[in-house]
Design a protein around this ligand. Structure first.
Ligand SMILES: *Cc1c(COP(=O)(O)O)cnc(C)c1O
Length: 386
């Protein structure tokens, strides 16, 4: 059977696996070897060496990830930020300019604000939901546009189709951080994105036990990013490759469960008298509901909400709940809960948070794989205490 005809569930299991199987092993073995015998390679980057991202563990993952997002090629990296930084430093140099949607992942925002000025790379943040405002940001030096599939923590969905049209019209590379949707809910290459970036730490691995990243997309760009990665040194070690590979096999089951649980919890919260607002793009009342429905197969496991009792009620709720662990991150098997003003968005001033619409009492819940009924019961019991 041709890989491209397989459904995504099947590709997760079978695409990229070595043929024939190594010693018949059903599960891809770990190649714990930093270097490999010389086979007459004439190019430095063709030598097999862990940092060059070309050991059997890397190659299998690259093929699997490319197949899963229906893209040409893929590259795994030592973290999501290694994927973001290697991608941007490949496409942009001194004097170049990048347009990004605002309300970015904190690490990406920090990279722009603390490293780019020193490197002479310029950028402009735009409202991802207001395409009419984008042309004003264009410069003769603009090289790329950068989106995130679902923003954190308000779960907005930018006008991604307009983003592709804009990139095409002006000869720009179109990049998206697809972490929050995962390949199960969105495959950016099929909409026309040149590159899709993931924090593999989240859904792809799914067990909150490694840090990893990936870039998936056009072969020529991936090959250039791989060279940058080899110079920056952000390659993924073989044992982490193995864990990511194992995690990927259950991605479809996990993410679909999380889609359903999060929607169920969002509906429960939206109907609760102590809740002031719920942000989940799978709810009909969300401003980007129609767009999420058109583009995505589900909205993932992350939702955020405000309680009528503000910060005090939020802290009581987080303390009182028995199941979700108070910790940042998402996409794992354990549900995680945080108040972004004290965690992911604590680097912003209170005024900047308010301008971005992030109330100090906002709670973010990253739904895991517990029974949704138990999470709803736990939330109900905690809400009775606030
Ligand atoms: C976590 C995250 C990253 C960074 O990934 P790391 O694996 O922590 O380096 C990038 N983008 C998004 C949307 C994330 O959630």
């Amino acid at each position: 059977m041709d890989d491209s005809k397989m459904r995504i569930d099947t590709r997760l299991i079978h695409a990229g696996e070595p043929t024939p199987r190594i010693e018949g092993a059903v599960s891809m073995p770990i190649f714990q070897s930093s270097t490999y015998e010389y086979r007459g390679e004439s190019d430095y980057h063709a030598l097999r060496y862990i940092r060059l991202n070309n050991t059997p563990n890397h190659v299998a993952l690259h093929r699997k990830l490319a197949a899963v997002e229906a893209a040409e090629d893929a590259l795994v990296t030592a973290s999501g930020m290694a994927a973001v930084s290697a991608t941007l430093l490949t496409l942009l140099g001194s004097g170049d300019h990048l347009i990004l949607q605002d309300c970015l992942y904190g690490g990406t925002h920090d990279l722009l604000t603390t490293e780019f000025p020193r490197l002479g790379i310029e950028y402009t943040l735009v409202d991802g939901n207001a395409p009419a405002s984008w042309p004003a940001a264009l410069r003769s030096t603009t090289r790329a546009v950068y989106f995130e599939s679902i923003s954190n923590p308000l779960n907005r969905v930018a006008d991604l189709k307009a983003g592709i049209r804009f990139a095409r019209a002006h000869g720009l590379s179109a990049i998206i951080d697809n972490t929050f949707t995962s390949p199960i809910n969105f495959r950016p290459a099929t909409l026309g994105f040149d590159l899709s970036i993931h924090s593999g730490t989240k859904y792809l691995n799914g067990h909150s036990d490694i840090v990893a990243g990936a870039v998936i997309g056009r072969r020529e760009l991936i090959s250039r990013i791989n060279r940058t990665m080899a110079h920056l040194g952000g390659s993924l070690d073989p044992h982490a490759c193995f864990l990511l590979h194992r995690g990927l096999k259950t991605l479809a089951l996990r993410v679909r469960h999380q889609n359903e649980s999060a929607l169920r919890i969002a509906r429960f919260l939206a109907a609760h008298p102590k809740i002031a607002a719920v942000n989940y793009p799978g709810l009909e009342t969300h401003p980007d509901y129609a767009r999420a429905r058109e583009l995505f197969d589900g909205c993932g496991g992350v939702l955020s909400f405000e309680l009528k009792g503000g910060v005090a009620a939020a802290d009581t709720l987080i303390r009182t709940m028995r199941l979700p662990i108070s910790a940042p991150s998402l996409g794992g098997v354990e549900s995680l809960i945080t108040r972004p003003a004290t965690t992911s968005h604590s680097g912003m001033s209170a005024a900047a948070r308010a301008r971005a619409g992030i109330a100090d009492g906002l709670v973010r819940l990253a739904v895991g794989l517990e029974a949704p009924e138990d999470l709803v019961d736990d939330l109900g019991a905690a809400l009775a205490q606030v």
